[in-house]
Design a protein around this ligand. Structure first.
Ligand code: SF4
Length: 372
């Protein structure tokens, strides 16, 4: 969904829903964007055009102006189009004679439930008693179809289409090609409106008015205030209480608590460091700290001149290295890679890693554990 920057946007809804005052707080910090966001926006443009083209709608090829275009992006967009076309065919088969309506990059009106908010759905299909909202995600962070963003899109689609079509249920689907994941769910329109009235709308009002309780959670990752937020700092530093007990005295529950929070703590600490450096470079001072040049490695100033002199001295200045698996797959394309090299690819055993129970990988049964 390119270009959605509403104050209470659906894409940031999980943050302002659970931490309503974050919405006004974030206004104080610029949106610095990221390579991933730009890449996602470009992948969406490609999806839009390929889908419109497949549906016979007018469109302009965006490829010449895409900075992050790659064979992987092309493949992802083609897969998305295929997924939608198959859905349309399925709807046709379910209701012969009734042509499904397909809307690409459909504007959504959310203002009745979220002040001043509009949105755009990647694709909406309306067929028989169903309105389906499909969202393309190019990122690597898993997004379930039950996410708040999808539900809000479904609500926006109901607002736009329910007076034109007679559907009673909404389906929500997330197509996430880089995770090889498709997730789908559904609910009745009546349940969706009950949620919107009783839960979404009061939270959105709080967020708009800048009131309510600060609440930390996974959503802090994408909050522009995360490096300055006192609630998050207090939450992250709670872990420091364990510093006063030696590891041998920590209970299993305390160690599990540290394990569940240490990654977020490390990433938050890096964020704060990055922010403080940027501010210091602008002239801000932090007590006890100064900016210095980091240590660097020596570099050649002219690679060709170096190579010429080393060759003249009778030595070989270059090394030849085989491309890595991913780079080779990018070079050949997935199909040719599989045909040519699949029997020469293996995956070495990974190092044991402690992860939460929710991780999809099967548990590693060590010899000690089996014996116990
Ligand atoms: S960092 Fe987390 S707790 Fe702080 S304002 Fe943002 S979402 Fe709320």
């Amino acid at each position: 969904m390119p270009g959605n920057h509403a104050f209470l946007s659906p894409s940031s809804s999980v943050r302002w829903y659970f931490c309503p005052p974050s919405a006004r707080l974030c206004e104080q910090f610029p949106d610095q964007g990221s390579v991933y966001a730009s890449e996602g926006t470009e992948a969406h443009s490609l999806c839009e055009v390929l889908l419109k083209s497949a549906l016979g709608m007018p469109c302009v090829d965006p490829r010449p102006s895409l900075q992050y275009y790659s064979p992987e992006m092309e493949e992802a967009a083609e897969g998305y189009v295929q997924y939608i076309l198959e859905k349309v065919e399925r709807y046709k088969a379910e209701s012969p004679g009734a042509e499904p309506s397909v809307f690409v990059e459909q504007g959504l009106d959310l203002r009745e439930y979220i002040p001043q908010s509009m949105g755009t759905a990647d694709c909406v299909i309306i067929a028989g008693d169903t309105a389906e909202i499909i969202d393309f995600k190019y990122g690597m962070h898993p997004v379930p179809a039950t996410s708040m963003q999808l539900r809000i899109y479904a609500l926006g689609a109901c607002e736009v289409f329910s007076h034109l079509y007679d559907f009673t249920r909404v389906r929500m689907a997330v197509y996430q090609p880089r995770l090889h994941s498709v997730d789908e769910t559904e609910m009745t329109v009546a349940d969706l409106y009950a949620w919107a009235v009783n839960e979404l709308s009061p939270r959105a009002r709080q967020a708009f008015d800048g009131v309510g309780e600060f609440a930390c959670g996974d959503w802090c990752r994408c909050c522009r205030a995360r490096r300055n937020c006192r609630a998050l700092a207090d939450y992250q530093l709670e872990i420091a209480k364990y510093e006063f007990a030696s590891p041998a005295t920590l209970s299993d529950e305390e160690i599990a608590d540290v394990l569940s929070r240490v990654d977020a703590l490390a990433s938050w600490a890096e964020d704060v460091k990055e922010y403080a450096l940027a501010e210091a470079l602008k002239g801000h001072s932090y007590p006890g700290f100064k900016v210095v040049e980091s240590r660097t490695k020596r570099l050649f100033t002219d690679d060709e001149a170096v190579a010429a002199r080393v060759k003249k001295a009778g030595k070989e200045p270059y090394e030849t290295k085989l491309l890595g698996v991913k780079a080779m797959e990018d070079l050949l394309g997935k199909k040719a890679f599989a045909e040519l090299l699949s029997d020469l690819v293996t995956r070495p055993e990974g190092k044991p890693t402690l992860v939460p129970d929710s991780d999809k990988r099967p548990e590693l049964i060590t010899a000690d554990k089996e014996f116990a």
